[in-house]
Design a protein around this ligand. Structure first.
Ligand SMILES: N[C@@H](CCC(=O)N[C@@H](CS)C(=O)NCC(=O)O)C(=O)O
Length: 207
């Protein structure tokens, strides 16, 4: 039997996406919670795992106990999907898998990345820049209404990594989304946000 995977992180979107992926994949894991406010991510012990001092980091050990370490949330999600026997990335055909990756990267690159950039602009008091990026984020989330015209999930008939990426960013700006004019998006959000594994993933770091 393999050892539980160890997830180091905090209550941030990058870490929560990983926790949801692990929950959906039914992979046993242990949480090591870091307090970013007191810079636990800069402790020598943590830096020995992730020299960049960022969260998340996972330590996945083989049966002999040898550690395999990853510290990019998106790479971790793909690693989890590889172990999830099709639960997070469909294996029915190359096209269904590629479409799931297309939509996953849409949310990661075109929505989550500008949202992070807006966060840094706000820290520099560049409110105009932050507002511009924030408007782009909302517009692009709402564009996902078109992904849901004939399928219930972001990349087709089954829940995938694309839904995990979409739902954490949608949850973080849910008061700014025009739900009434995007009924499919609303229906999708209400369904996925209440999945038991998603609820457990959101709660993995407290709150
Ligand atoms: N590329 C990394 C980014 C990780 C990242 O920026 N993590 C932030 C939290 S969302 C962090 O560790 N912040 C603490 C710090 O910068 O000290 C990933 O997606 O895993």
């Amino acid at each position: 039997m393999s050892l539980p995977l160890e997830l180091y992180g905090a209550h941030t979107g990058n870490c929560i996406r990983v926790a949801i992926a692990l929950e959906e994949a039914k992979i046993p894991y242990i949480v090591h919670q870091l307090d970013l406010k007191i810079l636990e991510q800069q402790s020598p012990t943590y830096l020995s795992l992730n020299p960049l001092g960022k969260v998340p980091t996972v330590v996945d050990r083989n049966t002999a106990g040898q550690p395999f370490i990853l510290s990019q949330s998106n790479a971790i999600m793909l690693h989890v999907a590889d172990r999830a026997q099709g639960r997070l990335l469909p294996r029915t055909s190359e096209q269904t898998r590629s479409l799931a990756l297309e939509r996953f990267f849409y949310f990661v690159v075109d929505v989550i990345a500008p949202s992070h950039a807006g966060f840094f602009l706000a820290r520099e008091h560049d409110l105009a820049g932050q507002n511009l990026l924030n408007a782009q984020v909302i517009e692009r989330i709402q564009f996902a209404e078109t992904f849901l015209v004939s399928e219930p999930y972001m990349a087709g008939s089954t829940f995938s990594l694309a839904d995990i990426a979409a739902l954490t960013i949608a949850a973080s700006v849910q008061n700014e989304i025009s739900w009434n004019t995007h009924p499919r998006l609303r229906q999708w959000f209400e369904t996925v946000v209440n999945r038991p594994a998603v609820l457990r993933g959101f709660g993995a770091f407290g709150h």
